[in-house]
Structures are given as C-alpha cells and as structure tokens.
Design a protein around this ligand. Structure first.
Ligand SMILES: [Mg+2]
Length: 230
C-alpha cells in the first residue's frame, strides 16, 4: 500500500482567492498590515511561512510575528468561512480530482492523504467548500510545521496509526502543483507527480525533475499507473 500525498491549492481545489482574502483580513486585524501581499508568491508555502515572509519583508522581527500567530489563525479561519460562503458554488474540485479519488478509494494499493501548507482548519474548510470533505483519511498541515519538507513524515506517522501498518516513504508519491511540492517529495525520498493546474506550466515544473508531469489529473488511467509505479 502506498501513501499518496496530495497538496490542496492548485492541485485538488481552486478556492478562487478565498484564502488570500481571508489572510489579508486576518493580518490587517492582528498586525495592522500585510506586507507585500499583492506581489508575494504564496504558492507551495505553508500558511505560517507566508505570514512570516510577508512581515519579514517589511522588517517585522520574528518574535513579534510569532506573537501574533495564534490570533491570526483564529481571525483567518473565521474570515475563510465567510469568503468561502461568498464564493458559493464557484469553489470546486479541479478537473479529474473527484474521479481519481473515487478510483484510489476503491483500490487497496493506495492510501490517499494530504500534505498541505494550509492550517488544518483551513484545509478542512477549503475541501468542504469543494465537496471533498471526508475524502482523506489522514494528513499533515501548515499547522504541524512551517516547513513543507517536514510534513510527509508526519503524514506517514498518522497513516500508520490509521491503517495500523507501516509505510515506505520510497513508495510514497507527493502530488502537487509547484516546485516546492517536488522539492518536498525529493527531500523525503518520495516520488513526485506534478500537475500544471496551478500557476506553473508543464515546462516549468519539468525543470524541477518530477517523476511525471500532467496537465491535470483527468486521465485517471495514466495517473493511477504512475502512482502505482507501473
Ligand atoms: Mg499548491
């Protein structure tokens, strides 16, 4: 059985800017400013790393940044609820995701889970808004570590508890839309499946040496063969 570790934003779900709008609201209410939020590259970073990066860019010291984390997440999750409701039915799974998950769930070779930079509560809200609540039995989140590369072992630990068996990271696959996801896979000895459904093109992703790149996850047969390493 293999761990299949899915990123959320740009891979499973497009939240139509809800996360960014909610974070902007939360940072203004807690820190009084957002740093260079319009130009900052959010993609592939964990939520705490995003807040730290934005505030460091405007000379905030780390201790003051960290002192605001807890209130920021509280304000962020409340704002995210509102932002997702406002976007109603626009927040949907990305092409092919529902079908792929349906196949993985019925195939005992795979244990589908999450490795995402979202806070756990944010992940739950975004997946819920897209109709994907309850589709993943375990995961690791931005609320577990600020560094994405730390997350796969945490996800594995949780999968081992849930399935009551051990998993080999060398057979795991990280599925994501950014070079960060590919690096995260490499740093953990896992395979990397990149998808160009986020901001990066197939060509850009290929430069980072993933095991496979697809335009999206809609060719279920090919994706499953790649995940199974066939
Ligand atoms: Mg992503």
């Amino acid at each position: 059985m293999r761990l299949v570790l899915f990123d959320i934003d740009g891979t499973l779900v497009n939240s139509m800017g809800a996360g960014k709008a909610a974070l902007e609201y939360a940072m203004v209410s807690v820190y009084g400013e957002t740093g260079p939020i319009a130009s900052f590259d959010f993609h592939g970073r964990t939520d705490p790393a995003i807040v730290r990066g934005l505030l460091r860019a405007v000379e905030w010291p780390d201790d003051e940044i960290e002192a605001g984390f807890e209130s920021t997440w509280e304000a962020y999750l409340a704002a995210l609820d509102r932002e997702l409701v406002e976007r109603g039915g626009q927040v949907r799974p990305i092409s092919g995701v529902n079908e792929l998950l349906g196949v993985l769930e019925g195939d005992e070779r795979f244990a589908p889970g999450l490795v995402t930079g979202n806070m756990e509560g944010g992940a739950r809200r975004k997946l819920g808004a897209a109709g994907l609540a309850g589709r993943f039995g375990y995961g690791a989140y931005g609320s577990d570590s600020e560094r994405r590369g730390d997350l796969p072992p945490i996800a594995r630990e949780r999968a081992q508890r849930r399935y009551d068996r051990s998993f080999d990271m060398g057979m795991a696959v990280v599925v994501g839309d950014t070079p960060e996801d590919i690096r995260c896979a490499r740093a953990n000895g896992a395979r990397a499946l990149a998808v160009s459904t986020g901001r990066h093109s197939v060509e850009e992703l290929r430069e980072h040496g993933p095991d496979a790149v697809f335009e999206d996850l809609s060719d279920t047969f090919r994706v499953v063969r790649m995940l199974a390493d066939e």
